[in-house]
Write a protein that binds this ligand. Structure first.
Ligand code: ADP
Ligand code: MG
Length: 614
C-alpha cells in the first residue's frame, strides 16, 4: 500500500515535498507549529506576541465568523453566539453531554437522542466539526501568512482518551478546513516527541505526561519502545484546571475584602488570573481593582489550590494503578499545559514521582511543537514511494441515507482492527445489508464499492432494537475481513475483500484530492441527510406517541403535535437543514414536558442509534 503525496492546488500527485504542519487543537487555546531550519517553532500572531489562538468562534449578526482573540472579546457582549470549548463536544451525542447545559453559555440543541450534537448560533445550526474547522482555518491562514505559501497537510493532536468517533470528527474538521490530515497524534505522545524522548538510546522507557490546562486535567502513562508510543493508561478530570484556581482566588478576595462579586465579576476574574500568573514567578502580588487594594502571597495561594493539586495526584495514583506501575517505575515526567507553570504543581508532581520533571519547553506550546516534529518525520517518509504498513484510503460501510461511515480511517497502521455497533430503522427487518466502501467522501456513491453481503435470518424485532456489530479486520497482507453479527440473536456472517485490488496510485490520489475539494459541499449534504434521518425518526415516533398516550394528552396537545409533524414532514422534502433542525427543536421543547408526564414513553426513544441502510 502506498502513501501518496498530492498537490491540491494543481490537482495531481505531488512531485515536490511541501511542508506538513503540526496543530494542537485545544479546548482553551490552539496553535500551529512547523520545522524551521531544523527546529520546531510555534507561529505567532501578526504582532509577534502570542502563538496561542483562543479556541473561540463568534458569529456576527450578519453571519461573519470571527475566531480567536477577536471572538474572545464577544464572550461577554454576545454570549449566545460565541462558542467556546467546542472540543468538549467533538464526536459527542446529546446523551453524552446531558447535564452540561449550564456549563455552556450558548445553545446546544438537546433532543435527548444518540445523534451527534448541534450548536445553535443566530438561527443556524452547526456541528462541532464545522466549528473546529473554523479554528483550523484560522491556524492555516496564520501559518500560510508566515510562510508566504499555501499549506495543505497537517498532523493534529487529540487527547489520548479520544475514541474513534472523536478522532474521526477531528479528521473531518481538518478536511473541511482544506487540510489533508496525515495523522492524528495523541497529545502526550507529541509532548514526549518535543522533548526528544524517542531519541534517547535506551531500550524502553515509561513516561508520565501531566497535562493541566485551563479547564481540563489529563494524566497519561506511555510506554516507549523501538520508537513506538503505547498508551498504558489515562486518567484525569474533564472539569479541573487553571480556571478553578482563578475562582478560588476570587472567592478568597470576595470574603476577605467584602467585595460585591456581581459588580466586579469579569474584572475580578481577570485580576485573579493576573495574580495567579504573577505568583508563578513572584512571591507576592499587589494591585488595585476598582479602587480596592487587593493582594495575595504565594503561601496563601498554595493553600487555596491545595485540594485541586491533591485531586490531580489522586488521578495520577489511579493511572499508575491501572498501568500496574509504582511511581518509581516511571522514567520521565513531562509537564504540559499553561497551569503547570504554577510552582506548587511542579514541586508536588516532582515529589509524587520522586524525580525532576521535564519543564524546559513552553508548556503551552509543547504539544504543537511535538506535532510539528511528527509531521516532519512523515514528510521525510514521503520520499519512500512505497510504505507497506499504511492503509491509503478509509474503509467503512454505508449507513442510512447513503452516508459513508468510516470504520478504519486512512493512514491507519496495518494490521489493524476496528468495530462499531449499528441498529435498524424499520420494524421487523430480517435481512440486513452490509455494503463495504473505500474512500474519503461523505456519500458512498462517490466512493469505491468493495463488496456487500446480507446478514440473513435475524428474528423480526422493532426498529432500533437489533444490535448489529460490524468488525473490520485488516491483516498485514492488506486483506480486509468484514464480520457482521447481530448480538441479540447471534446470527453472523463475514466476507473477505482485498481493498487495494485494481486501484492505481493515480486513482487513489484522485480520490483523496476530490474529497478535499468537495469537503464543504459534502458536509452540507451530510448535514441535510442526517437532519432528514433524524426527522424521519421523530415523525415515526410522533405517531406512536399520540397513539400510546391518548389518555394523557389533551385534544389541543394532539392537534399541536400533529401540526408540528406536518410541518416537519413538509420541511424534509426541502433542502434547508436549518429549517428541519429548527422544527425538530420546537417539537422537542414542546414534547419534553409531555413525555415526562408519559414517563414510560419518550419521543424517539425506540429509535436510537446509527442505522444501517435499509
Ligand atoms: P488548554 O490545554 O485547555 O487549551 P492551556 O494549556 O492553554 O489550556 O492552559 C491555559 C491555562 O493556563 C489558563 O488557565 C491560564 O490562566 C493558565 N496559565 C497560563 N500562564 C500561566 C502562568 N504563568 N501561571 C499560571 N497559570 C498560567
Ligand atoms: Mg492543551
Amino acid at each position: 500500500m502506498a502513501r501518496i503525496p498530492i498537490n491540491i492546488k494543481e490537482g495531481k500527485v505531488a512531485t515536490e515535498e511541501d511542508l506538513i504542519v503540526g496543530i494542537d487543537l485545544g479546548t482553551t487555546n490552539s496553535l500551529v507549529a512547523y520545522i524551521k531550519d531544523g527546529k520546531s517553532v510555534a507561529v505567532k500572531d501578526g504582532k509577534g506576541k502570542s502563538s496561542l489562538v483562543p479556541s473561540i468562534i463568534h458569529f456576527t449578526p450578519i453571519g461573519r465568523i470571527e475566531v480567536g482573540d477577536e471572538a474572545k472579546e464577544k464572550l461577554l457582549s454576545d454570549p449566545a453566539n460565541t462558542i467556546y470549548s467546542v472540543k468538549r463536544l467533538m464526536g459527542k451525542s446529546y446523551k453524552d453531554v446531558a447535564g452540561l447545559e449550564n456549563y455552556f453559555g450558548y445553545k446546544i440543541i438537546d433532543d435527548d437522542t444518540e445523534s451527534l450534537v448541534k450548536i445553535r448560533a443566530n438561527d443556524r445550526f452547526f456541528t462541532p466539526i464545522e466549528l473546529s474547522a473554523e479554528i483550523l482555518k484560522a491556524l492555516k491562514v496564520r501559518v500560510e501568512g508566515e510562510l508566504g505559501r499555501p499549506v495543505h497537510r497537517a498532523v493534529i493532536t487529540v487527547p489520548a482518551y479520544f475514541n474513534d468517533a472523536q478522532r474521526q470528527a477531528t479528521r473531518d474538521a481538518g478536511k473541511l478546513a482544506g487540510l489533508d490530515v496525515l495523522r492524528i497524534v495523541n497529545e502526550p505522545t507529541a509532548a514526549s516527541l518535543a522533548y526528544g524522548l524517542d531519541k534517547q538510546n535506551q531500550e524502553a522507557q515509561t513516561i508520565a505526561v501531566y497535562d493541566l490546562g485551563g479547564g481540563t486535567f489529563d494524566i497519561s502513562i506511555l510506554h516507549l519502545h523501538d520508537g513506538i508510543f503505547e498508551v498504558l493508561s489515562t486518567n484525569g478530570d474533564t472539569f479541573l484546571g487553571g480556571d478553578d484556581f482563578d475562582r478560588a482566588i476570587m472567592d478568597h478576595w470576595v470574603a476577605q475584602y467584602q467585595l460585591d462579586p456581581a459588580e466586579l465579576s469579569q474584572a475580578l476574574r481577570l485580576k485573579a488570573e493576573e495574580a495567579k500568573k504573577a505568583l508563578s514567578t513572584e512571591d507576592t502580588f499587589q494591585s488595585s481593582l476598582n479602587g480596592y487594594q487587593v493582594s495575595l502571597d504565594r503561601a496563601t495561594f498554595n493553600a487555596l489550590i491545595q485540594k485541586y493539586v491533591q485531586k490531580t495526584l489522586d488521578s495520577c495514583r489511579q493511572a499508575l494503578k491501572d498501568a500496574q506501575l509504582e511511581p518509581s517505575q516511571i522514567d520521565r515526567v513531562v509537564m504540559v499545559g499553561g497551569t503547570t507553570r504554577v510552582p506548587l504543581i511542579k514541586s508536588a508532581v516532582s515529589a509524587f514521582f520522586g524525580k525532576p520533571v521535564y519543564d524546559q519547553l513552553d508548556p503551552d506550546e509543547v504539544v504543537a511543537l511535538g506535532a510539528a516534529i511528527q509531521a516532519d518525520v512523515l514528510a521525510g517518509n514521503q520520499k519512500e514511494v512505497l510504505l507497506l504498513d499504511i492503509t491509503p484510503l478509509s474503509l467503512g460501510i454505508e449507513t442510512m441515507g447513503g452516508l459513508m461511515d468510516t470504520i478504519i480511517p486512512r493512514n491507519s497502521k496495518i494490521p489493524t482492527k476496528a468495530g462499531r455497533q449499528y441498529t435498524t430503522s424499520v420494524d421487523g427487518q430480517r435481512n440486513l445489508k452490509i455494503a463495504v466502501y473505500q474512500g474519503e467522501r461523505d456519500l458512498v456513491e462517490h466512493n469505491r464499492k468493495l463488496g456487500e453481503f446480507i446478514l440473513k435470518g435475524v428474528p423480526p424485532m422493532p426498529a432500533g432494537l437489533p444490535k448489529l456489530e460490524i468488525q473490520f479486520i485488516l491483516n498485514a497482507d492488506g486483506i480486509l475481513k468484514v464480520k457482521a453479527r447481530e448480538l441479540r440473536s447471534n446470527v453472523e456472517q463475514e466476507i473477505e475483500i482485498r481493498p487495494s485490488y485494481g486501484l492505481s496510485e493515480e486513482e487513489m490520489a484522485k480520490m483523496l484530492l476530490e474529497s478535499i475539494q468537495h469537503a464543504a459541499e459534502d458536509m452540507q449534504v451530510r448535514g441535510l441527510l442526517e437532519a432528514r434521518n433524524e426527522a424521519r425518526n421523530i415523525l415515526l415516533s410522533a405517531d406512536k406517541f399520540i397513539r400510546q398516550n391518548q389518555e394523557i394528552l389533551s385534544e389541543e396537545e394532539v392537534r399541536k403535535i400533529t401540526e408540528f409533524r406536518d410541518r416537519l414532514q413538509q420541511a424534509t422534502k426541502g433542502e434547508d437543514k436549518d429549517l428541519i433542525n429548527r422544527i425538530m427543536e420546537e417539537i422537542n421543547d414542546f414534547t419534553r414536558p409531555l413525555a415526562q408526564r408519559a414517563m414510560d414513553f419518550v419521543i424517539a426513544e425506540s429509535l436510537r442509534g446509527k442505522k444501517i441502510n435499509d
